[in-house]
Design a binder for this molecule. Structure first.
Ligand SMILES: [Zn+2]
Ligand SMILES: [Zn+2]
Length: 766
């Protein structure tokens, strides 16, 4: 059984060949929605047009692609496509570095990335790919902005916003990581600025309430659920109204309902809507302004150094004790949102630190230094006060700004008219076109310097008006980026009203599964929010629970030597080099093999080598066996039709001797198919790949046992072996599609149905 002159495994030839066939057959075109097969929209993440596909993309898309191919092979209709997230700061910075317009930069990047992804053999429907920075697409952002504005879910406010001096831009709370800019990692400070906001607070409670249903679905991965809980930042507690000296009241919150009598102060968030009322008086207002504009150093985010403003006001104690001083501190935001809270030092370390600061060095804030910390009977809440405390929750998640002072983004469809004030552009006049020949330099906002863009006429009165020169943050684009791939490309230029009424949206939504990195929690949260808004407004009425994604898998990062990969650390793995060296199938298999999707994948070259060796062995072994014609063994059978089991004789006697081995092989195959089906359906690709490898070992073991038993394979033995190898090829398709399809074709009669190649079996419906 040597493999003679069989060609050894040549991944580049195999992969180029299969990819040519896929292109020729348009193999991954999204089926139209008239059929009655089960339908699945598998949503990959929308990549930034960063310029290069990195190994993290390869991991993400290998998981999603395996699932997509698995579903197709089981006879389901699959939509697997994405749009590039091509607006935003990363692209702008890339363009600055390249001294060219961002539009040129992102086009080149996207083209290059598509080439890389095609070479990796991912089964995307490329016809549905789009760029969020194309006018026909950013029209969606403008339409959504106006629609949410009409519904009161987008609003203009002046508020404290996080500002990065380096990037010269405001940041969403979620873009601030430990007081640092998510992008440049420099310290962030708070400033006051007019901004456009997205009112996610309107749906925070429903997003919270729906979590139980998502968990019950069984296809929301625990990581993904945890991310949604984290973004919510839910705190359970009570709220009560406290009176000031002048009779004004303030609603304060505490998670410690049983310790109201131990409250020592009240802290208000600088983003609290009523904060100005409590920080009145010239001196206090000035301090508040300083707190906001002075910014917060990283260290100042700690309770020990967090800025505090004493308002000089007090509120009545909930239990009739000493009045409580009222302070303003940003420490409230990060914990409870833009609210007011009771400071209870005995139950909360941060409160204890603040109380300590309030007391030292003198009694600056009017707290008697000798206030006993032990609760006395008199400080316990009375029955009536306890009754006045209402059970409630606070969420850290809050409205955030969606406008940026950058030029590479969706123009906000608003003009400012001297006569009419702030005027939205009518939807039928969309899109407001972004000039494409802008070349940003990294300072200021080049859009604001373009007279031809800024000066316009008011759509209401026809008079002179100025355009809004802030653009929408690309986080806003992400709110809808998952929708347009559901629309047939032929409909893409139609009005949004037409598009949103298409049957296709009903057919594909909600997406059956999102497969994205574990840093996608905020994106998914906000997509869940806007889906509920569009449900209530109308277009997504058919999504009753307002959930865009029926299931969700968040996978871990790819790291190396325990550290995040970065150019700076010089530990980056280049997918192109790996494909050059080993072929796409090996790399795809290796990222699936190396770790459970939920875990971080610690990169190791030995996993790649091991997977490459496995594929080479499967190739050589299968090719050699497929090439064998029966009879292959007993010389005395030569010339006879050994597969015709009707004639009794020596050959049949031989076959009997190994029948139990063939039976066992069949059982092994059955069990393997069952396990791999279950694994892949659960997106446990790591386990599925191991079970594929185990099946291959068993096939080899079977052959060894047969040869040990009777010296060689009889026709029946070989037939069983070929059938098993065919099964192996079928279950390998999702994970190493090129080699698997090639083997599948070699294993069977011509015209094998690759579309529905999953081994039939007892498939338990979910
Ligand atoms: Zn920055
Ligand atoms: Zn006007």
């Amino acid at each position: 059984m040597n493999n003679g002159d069989r060609p050894s495994y040549d991944p580049h030839a195999i992969e180029a060949g299969r990819q040519a066939v896929w292109r020729e057959q348009d193999a991954f075109r999204t089926p139209d929605t008239t059929g009655d097969r089960p339908r699945k929209y598998i949503k990959p993440s929308a990549p930034f047009t960063s310029g290069n596909v990195h190994i993290g993309h390869v991991r993400s898309y290998s998981i999603g692609d395996a699932y997509a191919r698995f579903c197709r092979a089981r006879g389901e209709d699959v939509l697997f496509a994405f749009g590039f997230d091509s607006f935003g700061l990363p692209a702008e910075l890339g363009a600055i570095a390249g001294k060219e317009p961002p539009s040129v930069w992102v086009d080149r990047c996207a083209q290059h990335m598509v080439g890389q992804l095609r070479r990796l053999g991912f089964s995307f429907d490329w016809e549905r790919t789009f760029m969020s920075s194309d006018a026909v697409m950013y029209r969606w952002s403008q339409w959504l902005f106006l629609t949410l504005l009409e519904a009161g879910l987008v609003y203009r406010g002046t508020g404290s916003v996080d500002w990065c001096d380096t990037c010269q831009t405001t940041l969403a709370t979620i873009q601030v990581e430990n007081g640092m800019c998510w992008r440049c990692h420099n310290p962030v400070r708070l400033i006051q600025r007019p901004q456009w906001y997205l009112r996610i607070s309107a749906y925070v409670q429903e997003n919270d309430a729906r979590l139980e249903e998502l968990a019950a679905s069984g296809i929301w991965d625990e990581n993904a659920l945890a991310s949604q809980r984290f973004v919510l930042g839910r705190v359970d507690g009570v709220e009560l109204d406290l009176k000031a000296e002048n009779g004004e009241t303030l609603t304060v919150f505490t998670p410690h309902a049983d310790a109201l009598g131990l409250a020592r102060f009240v802290a208000i968030s600088p983003k609290h809507p009523d904060v100005e009322r409590w920080a009145a008086g010239a001196e206090v207002a000035e301090q508040l302004e300083e707190l906001r504009s002075g910014g917060l150093e990283r260290s100042a985010r700690e309770a020990e150094t967090m800025p505090l403003v004493d308002t000089g006001r007090t509120l009545s104690s909930p239990t009739g004790g000493e009045p409580l001083p009222v302070i303003v501190s940003p420490m409230v935001d990060g914990r409870f949102g833009a609210t007011a809270v009771l400071g209870i030092p005995e139950h909360d370390r941060t409160d204890a630190v603040i109380a300590e600061r309030l007391l030292a060095p003198q009694r600056v804030f009017g707290i008697p230094a000798d206030t006993p910390h032990e609760s006395s009977a008199g400080e316990q809440p009375t029955a009536s006060q306890a009754a006045a405390a209402r059970k409630t929750v606070r969420y850290r998640a809050n409205d955030f700004t969606i406008s940026r002072q950058r030029s590479w983004g969706t123009p906000i469809p608003i003009v400012y008219c001297e006569t009419c004030g702030t005027v939205p552009i009518p939807k039928e006049q969309l899109p407001v076109i972004l000039p494409l020949d802008l070349t940003p330099t990294g300072t200021g906002n080049p859009l604001a310097e373009r007279e031809d863009f800024v000066r316009t006429t008011c759509p209401r009165c026809g008079g002179a008006a100025l355009r809004e020169t802030d653009t929408l943050d690309c986080h806003f684009d992400a709110l809808w980026l998952w929708v347009p791939v559901c629309v047939p490309p032929s409909e893409r230029e139609q009005t949004l009203e037409h598009i949103l009424a298409l049957e296709d949206l009903h057919a594909w939504l909600p997406s059956e599964r999102v497969v994205a990195g574990s840093d996608s929690g905020n994106f998914v949260f906000d997509q869940r929010t806007v889906t509920k808004a569009l449900r209530d407004i109308g277009p997504f009425e058919f999504l009753g629970d307002g959930e865009p994604f029926a299931g969700c898998l968040f996978h871990g990062m790819v790291i190396r030597d325990g550290r995040k990969m970065s150019k700076h650390l010089g530990n980056v793995v280049d997918p192109d080099e790996l494909v050059d060296r080993y072929g796409a199938d090996t790399i795809r298999l290796a990222v699936l093999y190396a770790a459970r999707p939920q875990r971080s994948l610690n990169w190791s070259d030995s996993d790649v080598k091991r997977c490459h060796r496995f594929l080479r062995q499967v190739w050589d072994y299968s090719q050699a066996r497929f090439a064998l014609d029966p009879p292959v063994t007993e010389r005395q059978d030569a010339g006879q039709d050994v597969s015709d089991g009707t004639k009794p004789g020596a050959k049949e006697m031989g076959a009997d001797k190994t029948e139990h081995l063939r039976k066992r092989l069949e059982q092994w195959c059955g069990t393997a198919v069952e396990k791999i089906t279950e694994d892949t359906r659960e997106l446990e690709m790591h386990s599925a790949v191991r079970n594929v490898m185990r099946l291959f070992e068993r096939i080899g073991y079977y052959e060894k046992r047969v040869i040990a038993k009777r010296g060689s394979l009889c026709a029946e033995d070989l037939e069983a072996l070929k059938t098993a190898l065919g099964t192996l090829a079928r279950v390998l398709v999702p994970f190493a599609p090129h080699i698997a399809e090639e083997l599948l074709i070699a294993s069977t009669e011509p015209g094998v149905e690759l579309d529905a190649a999953w081994p039939a079996g007892e498939l338990v419906p979910r």
